[in-house]
Every structure is written in structure tokens, then in C-alpha cells.
Design a binder for this molecule. Sequence first.
Ligand SMILES: Cc1cc2nc3c(=O)[nH]c(=O)nc-3n(C[C@H](O)[C@H](O)[C@H](O)COP(=O)(O)OP(=O)(O)OC[C@H]3O[C@@H](n4cnc5c(N)ncnc54)[C@H](O)[C@@H]3O)c2cc1C
Length: 514
Amino acid sequence: MSAEIIVIGAGHNGLTAAGLLAKAGKRVLVLEQAEVAGGVGAGAEFHPGYRGTGLLHDTTAVRKAVIEELSLHSHGLSLRGSEPPVFSPALEGKGVLVSSGREELPDDHGLSDWDVEYTAAFREFLGRVGAALSPVLNAPPPDVFATGVGDLLSMLKTGLSLRKLGRTDLLEFLRMGPMCIADVLNEWFESPILKAQMAAPAVRGSFTGPWSPGTALFLLLQTASKEHAGVQGGPAGLTAALLSAAKANGAEVRTGSRVQQILVSRGRATGVSLTTGETFGAETILSTCDPKQTILKFISKLDIPLAFRNDIRNVRMRGTTAKMWLALNGPLEFSSRPGRTFERIRIGEELDDLERSFDGAKYGALPQVPHLDIWVPSVSDPTLAPSGHHVASLLVHFVPYHLEGGWNDGARTKLEENVLSTLGRYVPDLKKKIVAKETLTPVDLEARYGLTEGHVDQGEPALDQLLFMRPCQSCSHYATPVERLYLGGSGSHPGGGMTCAPGRFAARAILGKK
Ligand SMILES: Cc1cc2nc3c(=O)[nH]c(=O)nc-3n(C[C@H](O)[C@H](O)[C@H](O)COP(=O)(O)OP(=O)(O)OC[C@H]3O[C@@H](n4cnc5c(N)ncnc54)[C@H](O)[C@@H]3O)c2cc1C
């Protein structure tokens, strides 16, 4: 069997690319190893009666351009009106409740007057910088070696959009970018717990702690990525709409089809073979699996230029995130705010809590008091659990893939104990409420989703792994040195997160559009 274009992987980037390519009239076949489409954004029942909504929480960066180009609203997608505030409980006192988007602070925020004033000022600053950086994240990376008028103009436009910041903001942006997020937050705020809450997105998925240089830039980039208040139904809501759009445009999506090899003849990709032995020919292959899996596992080493192979081998992707689902027989009730129910929660009382966990991860140790990012999607969608019950999605940060002594049942049990005792300090009746749980260590993420080293972003978001260096310079514009083979997962610019952007840019590169 043959197709014009084969897309490997039906995660949100693969589905985006497939939809756009099919809409442009191409015959597209998507091959997905799992039994359901959606990748790490697929919804699934993890215990009878309790459904998850995908592994991650944030859908505020899904590109509006993709929503429009694929008419996702007519495929069931709807956007939230506002982002839920994030609650960080404290062992002493009431903790803080802070809006994560552009919403007003809730009345019971728990912040000092100083922090209220500076939270507003910091948000406005982030908003202005975000608007200036947004063109960089909404276009393919600049080609620094380009001599064509179009490329030079696009670089000029990016430079001009930064100049529009004005002298004060531009200088502050240039000063802040290389700083560590801890120093920046210490300059702006008083409350240790607020600082810990705000630092978390800057160090998510990267092999860094809040005292690592350059982490401030990641907070700026995350803010620049936000386009709205998120998708109703979270990642699962998005991937369901993308699947429907891809099929409606004519793409064929085959689940339960695990690719074993990309076939290459005289330097040109010609098709793929599955683990079942079935083969498919194609004029073009787009892989949305991570770069290491695609280049080092799917292709015979004799078919790849040595320098390119070495570049890909050097991409750093040390996973540090684990996932836990909890099925609960009631809401999570925090002793610092009894009787209240929260949708978004972060556990971590000061910057050094995060740093200590990162220190351990560097040397292969489990975090004793893990930093937890929690979403309880059943607060806004009660259909996810039986009546009165809830599902809680926990992202457990600073859990090393390269665990000293290796991952085994004992290590998994220890991780679960550390997570539940950390959360239990704030939710006294937690253990009584747990009906069931499911834990995915970084090693499980690799086995289930094909994420090399369990890395959540298909490559660390590091200063040298961004823009025209993502995943490496020779394939940063989606085409690879293997003719007619493209990359378009979150290992490519603009990187990880639920954005649909790498898939869109890869599809445009295949279609010859900028
Ligand atoms: C636990 C976790 C937490 C995260 N937390 C956040 C967060 O808080 N904020 C944020 O912005 N981002 C987060 N992310 C990152 C974000 O989810 C990813 O960057 C993004 O979803 C990747 O989408 P993708 O389409 O590029 O890849 P994927 O969704 O990984 O899709 C790749 C697809 O390829 C399939 N595949 C793999 N191997 C094969 C094969 N051999 N043959 C056929 N198919 C194959 C996989 O099954 C999968 O469906 C998190 C990710 C994880 C895993």
C-alpha cells in the first residue's frame, strides 16, 4: 500500500499536520502505535468509571491559527472563558490563590499588599514581552545563514517587534533573560510560596532548578506562548477535535500500527515498515516521534550522514517528570482552606524546595518532598468520575529517568509514598479518599508513548536547544538531511507543550509554504 505522505504518530502535532496536509489535497496516512489516537494528550479510563484527560494540564498555548485553519470549533472544540486560579497550600497559614491568566486576583488571594501590586505590574510586563516574543514562536525559526530577501525580512520583523518594547522594557528583558528565575522573583516579590508557584513553569521538563541561569527566559517564553484560557476538556478535548478534523479532510488514521523502520534508498525516504512486517510506500515521511527515536532507532545507521547522527545523539533529553492519576471518592480538601474545592494546585512552599528536588535528580535520587502540579479536571467536568467522586492528575517533577539503582517495583512504591505523604501533609484525609491510583515513571512514559528517556518535550528546553538549534541546526526547518524525511513533533521548533505549532510548521514546510 502507498500514500503520498505518511505521518508517524497521532499525537496532537501528527494530527495537526495530517489535517492540514489532507486539507491541501494530499493523500495522508497516519500510523499510530497505540490503540487510540491523541498521544500524550489522549483521554483514557485509568480505573473503571474514572477518566483522565491526557497527561498534561496546560492547553492555553494551542495556536488560534490551527483552530481556524482546521475549523476546530466545528469539530467540537470550545475554549474556556477563563483560567482557573492556582492554589498553593501552606502548612501554616492559608496559602495563596493566584490567577494564572489575565484574570483579576481572587478576593481571598492571601498575598501581601506589596505582592498584590507587583503581581499586577509583573503580569503587565510579561504581557508586553510576550506580545513582542510571540512572532518568534509563531513562525518557523529564523534561518541565520539565509541570504534570501524573505528570510532577512522576517529576521528584521522579529528585531523590530522587540524594539517596539521601548527602551525600559527592552533593557529589562535583555537583563532578565539570562538570569535564574529565583533571582528575578526575589527582586519582585515577598512571599516565598508565591515565588515557588511562579517558578514552577520556568523549570518544568528542563534539567534545571530555579537557581539555574537562563530559567527566567523560559517563564517569558511560556507567557509568550499563551493564546487564550485553554481548551474545554483539556488535552483530550483538543485531540478529539483534531482527529475529527483530520478524518473529515480525508486523512486515514491507523491505530495499533507500530512503525519499526523508515525505509531509505540512496539517501531518500521511501516508506516505512511496521513491527508486523507490513510495509507502506510514500513520497514523503513526516515523523512526529522524538528526534532520537526517529533518526537513531527507525533508520539504519548506514543511511544517515555521520555528522547528522552525532548531532542527534547529542540532543539532551533527560526525563525528570512522572505522572500519577488518583481516583477519589470526594474532593481534595485542604486543611489551610477547609470546605473549598480547587481545580489547579501546586505543592511547594519555597524556591529551595524545588532546588533541593532538582539537586537530587541530578544525582539520580528520588525527591523526598516532590514538587507537584495538580489538576482536578472533574471540578469543571463532573462526567469524568462517578457522581460526587473526582479524578486528580498529578505531574510529579524532578523524578529522574536515570535513577540510581534503576527503576523497579520498590522504587515506584517509594515514589508513590513520597508523593502521597507530601500531598497528605496538606490534605489530611487523602489516603481515605483514594479509590485507585496509576503511576507512570519516566521509564513507563518511554515504554508507553515512545518518549526517549521519558522526556516530556521530546528534548530539553535549553538555550542551546531552541529556535534554529532545535533539535539541531541541520534539521531545524523540519526537513532533515535524509531527503523527503521531515520532523514535526515537539522536538522541533517551537518545542514542547500543547501548541500544534511544530506540526503546523512541518506541514507548511512539506507544502513549500513559509
Ligand atoms: C507527563 C507529561 C507532562 C507534560 N507536562 C506538560 C506541561 O505541564 N505543560 C506543557 O506545555 N507540556 C507538557 N508536556 C509536553 C507536551 O505534552 C508534549 O510536548 C506534546 O504533547 C507532544 O505532542 P506531540 O504530538 O509532539 O507528541 P506525542 O503526543 O508524544 O505524539 C507522538 C505519537 O507517536 C506515537 N508513537 C511513538 N512511537 C511510535 C511508533 N514506533 N510507531 C507509531 N507511532 C509511534 C506515540 O504513541 C504518540 O501518539 C508534558 C508531557 C508529558 C508526557
